[in-house]
Design a protein around this ligand. Structure first.
Ligand code: MD3
Ligand code: FE
Length: 202
């Protein structure tokens, strides 16, 4: 089932339970090579979300700023993006181009992500694809400028969202996660994957 909310295409339950489980298995492999880290914003504030990445680039933040980097903060290169994740990207976007980054956001109890825009990529004409796994999350969508009315929807395990066109630069965030609402991850929590084209180079 696909619905469109403010230019965001939401595919409810795009992945069935078996597909979600095998994706989580693949991610365990990725995270054993590139462990989750608790990022710190340039202001020195630790984020409540823990992060890692797969692909040629990962998004990182520390005291010196936000950026895409070709290495994990501990120095190793990022693992490849698993095939089943790439396949979701190609199918929902219809693009041949491979994403540069699969950012992995992990939400434990109480984690959230404030309203922000994603502006560290080189070309905003490429869409961003999000895959939700695990606990239910309240996703808030705003406007391309700060302020104004926002709209919220629940994202459940297996949902896929495509942000393209106008929606690509809209403010968005995660207000809360219902800890323990999904049986997918043994100890609860939520994983969100975002697939992005970062560099313009072809
Ligand atoms: C709208 N992640 O990693 S996914 C992020 O659930 C991020 O972890 C949230 O925002 C999460 O930057 C929301 C949905 C999403 C992802 C990227 C977007 C919405 C977006 C990029 C542009 C516009
Ligand atoms: Fe974002």
């Amino acid at each position: 089932m696909k619905l469109t909310v403010r230019g965001f295409d939401v595919f409810k339950k795009y992945l069935n339970r078996a597909a979600q489980e095998s994706m989580v298995e693949d991610l365990r492999g990725v995270l054993s090579e590139a462990p989750l880290v608790q990022p710190v914003t340039p202001s020195g504030k630790p984020m409540s979300v823990r992060m890692s990445a797969a692909g040629s680039l990962g998004w990182i933040t520390d005291r010196t700023g936000y950026r895409y980097a070709d290495r994990h903060p501990s120095g190793g290169s990022w693992p490849d993006i698993p095939e089943d994740i790439l396949s979701v990207w190609h199918t929902v976007t219809g693009l041949d181009r491979v994403p540069d980054c699969c950012l992995i956001n992990w939400y434990g109890e109480g984690a959230r992500m404030g309203l922000h825009q994603d502006k560290d990529e080189g070309d905003f004409s490429w869409p961003v694809v999000s895959i939700s796994l695990g606990d239910d999350a309240l996703f808030r969508m705003g406007n391309v400028t700060r302020g104004g009315k926002t709209e919220s929807i629940w994202l459940n395990s297996g949902d896929v969202v495509v942000m393209g066109g106008e929606a690509r630069l809209a403010y968005h965030g995660i207000d809360r996660v219902k800890h323990g609402s999904s049986p997918l991850l043994r100890n609860g929590g939520r994983i969100n994957l975002t697939l992005r084209v970062v560099s313009d180079a072809t």
